[in-house]
Design a protein around this ligand. Structure first.
Ligand code: 4NP
Length: 147
């Protein structure tokens, strides 16, 4: 799960998919990262933590890390939250880029529409709820598709 800061969107996506993975007795490895390094080592945004916890998901122990080219080898599927994240992943991977592994996460919910998960960083709490709902539905689709 990849966004820009690994502070708002992708930590929620990691928390949601990890929970669904456990509920379905799947042994998938779910991680998140940001394409930028601004917040490396920090915990998720307090509103990402709050909204996740309202849904019974504790993401307080996550630590921000930056996406690296080797992630392309270690993971089967890489989900970008928006087009800019997608382009940044391609840039970071350079010769390691594998287009088959990478998609916008909302293409699981709205196939081929290339919709983006809005960045809640600049807004209020409502945006974090909206992001949670979108990611929750997209993660249901991911579980159905790959379990
Ligand atoms: P995220 O949101 O990519 O969903 O984690 C952002 C977090 C931090 C910044 C931008 C977006 N920032 O500019 O620091």
């Amino acid at each position: 799960m990849v966004c820009l800061g690994n502070i708002c969107r992708s930590p929620m996506a990691e928390g949601i998919l990890s929970k669904k993975t456990k509920q379905n007795n799947l042994n998938w490895i779910v991680e998140s990262a940001g394409t930028a390094e601004y917040h490396v080592g920090e915990a998720p945004h307090h509103l990402s933590q709050k909204v996740s916890l309202l849904h019974g998901i504790d993401i307080s122990q996550q630590k921000c890390r930056q996406f690296k080219a080797a992630d392309m080898n270690h993971f089967d599927h890489i989900y970008a939250m928006d087009q800019s994240n997608y382009a940044n992943i391609r840039k970071i991977c350079d010769t390691n880029w594998n287009e088959k592994k990478v998609d916008l996460i909302l293409n699981e919910l709205f196939p081929f529409e290339n919709k983006e998960v809005p960045d809640p960083w600049y807004g209020g709490e409502e945006g974090f709820h909206e992001v949670f709902e979108l990611l929750n539905k997209a993660c249901d689709k991911i579980i159905e598709k790959f379990k």
